[in-house]
Design a binder for this molecule. Sequence first.
Ligand code: ADP
Length: 157
Amino acid sequence: MRKAIFPGSFDPVTVGHVDIVTRAIPLFDEIVVAVGINRSKKSFLPMETRLEMLERTFEDYPNVRVASYEGVTVDFAQAQGIGFMLRGLRNAQDLDYENYVAQINKFLAAEMETVFLIGSPDVSHISSSMVREIVACKRSVEGLVPDAALQLMPPLD
Ligand code: ADP
């Protein structure tokens, strides 16, 4: 079975993440969207909210599973029998950073292959940090966060 992990903070999930996952569905038997627990990094949304947003977003996709993990991503992936790491690329900065991460992962787990998809032009500018900034300006993030997850965003006032 061809399984991929799509790891990230998803703080919050955006339509950019959905673009990558849905376009990868034909490539894999199962995609595990996995939220990394980083105790040293203060998050915008609690872990439970981020997971629930992802559950709602992907509830109609039987081959997409949502999980959380602590520690090294490739260790979690290998323990789950996952052989591919899915990542999205928005721009040259993403490529620089993702190249670095992929090299480290190759060192840690030689069998793990990282697969990159370039973000679709209509959503490739969208990031979780952009969503957080718009929320800080007390503006709606409709169209940036998937509709199924919008209700779980903090109220604007
Ligand atoms: P991280 O916390 O590791 O940056 P994110 O939750 O921001 O993780 O994103 C997870 C993955 O989704 C990364 O590979 C990131 O490049 C990709 N991604 C996020 N937004 C987009 C987008 N708009 N288009 C393409 N890829 C994206």
